[in-house]
Design a binder for this molecule. Sequence first.
Ligand code: CTP
Ligand code: MG
Length: 380
Amino acid sequence: MTAQPRVAALIVAAGSGVRAGGDTPKQYRHLGGRALVAHAYAAFANHPAVDEVIVVVAPGAEALARDALGAATIVTGGASRRDSVRHGLHHVTARLVLVHDAARPLVPAAVIDRVIAALEEVDGATPMLPVADTLAMDDDELLGEIVPREALVRIQTPQGFRTSVLISAHVHWPEDAEATDDAQMVRRLGGDVRLVQGDTMLDKVTHPEDFAIAEARIAFESRSASGFDVHRLESGEELWLGGVLVPHDKGLSGHSDADVALHALTDALLGTIAAGDIGTHFPPSDPQWKGADSAQFLQHAASLIVERGGRIDFVDLTIICEAPKIGPHRDAMRTRIAALLDLSPDRVSIKATTTERLGFTGRGEGIAAQAVATVSVPRT
Ligand code: CTP
Ligand code: MG
């Protein structure tokens, strides 16, 4: 017999995001490379104390939600936030439930810990923050009475409850009364709700400008990866190197245009997101890549990083050959690679070396290239 799950997270995402505007409801718009709702989902799904996560979505939004959330448990909500919580509660099997707004995408694990810890002693708990601004009444566009702020707090989610207490609060709540959160319902019906320290990371995405604020709060991590490639030099081929055509008596042979420098760089970029290598994405056995411009391989790798909400910080390339001399072409290569990656040229470094006539590069049989890419990607 499996034990009853102790803690469930119920993420309400069935709103229509009217105030945020746009064609797609705010919870499915992208923030840091994934749907807004996917952020809160990941925070709860990855938290060791949370045993089940249920996401409540609007009727008709199931496909959008599936796309954003993969295999998550998705149930259907109602016309108001309160309806959506009530519907979601039918699916909760755990003894404790954390109700959270999908519109608060960035959920610090420490806040989840504080809410759960408080439930050892009380029926409910909610994160809060003190009010910093002066508060006043708006008296018909004139400054009205100042409202003392010392006794006021801003209420956030996730709000935690003993599940039976929250169900009871929803059952007994008057049908015609409005409630913008669950803590006020539990309190009004006699339950104690403990205030615990919240976090500005939990601020709700409500208006269009809130997306940029949330985006700026996403934590990034720096990643570096290397790439390496070799191609054979042969007569009768064009020499494409670093995205430019270099005059030379031989050229590189290979299935595509054989631009060894762009291939090394492509592998370095793919490495930063552990997305395999160039052969994974563009198999040499596939005839469509015969003679292909390697610029498209590089741009594909860059687009995968951008799709994850990442950015390229710096690329460094070393071309290893006896001839041709790279120096005269360095600026053209930097300009071309910077343009392909949408970077400024001072984020593109190109170096070259010979191998003192040693080995295959020294004998002029081939050219090797190695690259290092550094990117920033949202921390998962
Ligand atoms: N919510 C819900 N079901 C509803 C209404 C709201 O699950 N019928 C959810 C929202 O998806 C959101 C949270 O409740 O995660 C807080 O609501 P709010 O910020 O008001 O979101 P929306 O109602 O979507 O936005 P708006 O009021 O601007 O339309
Ligand atoms: Mg709303």
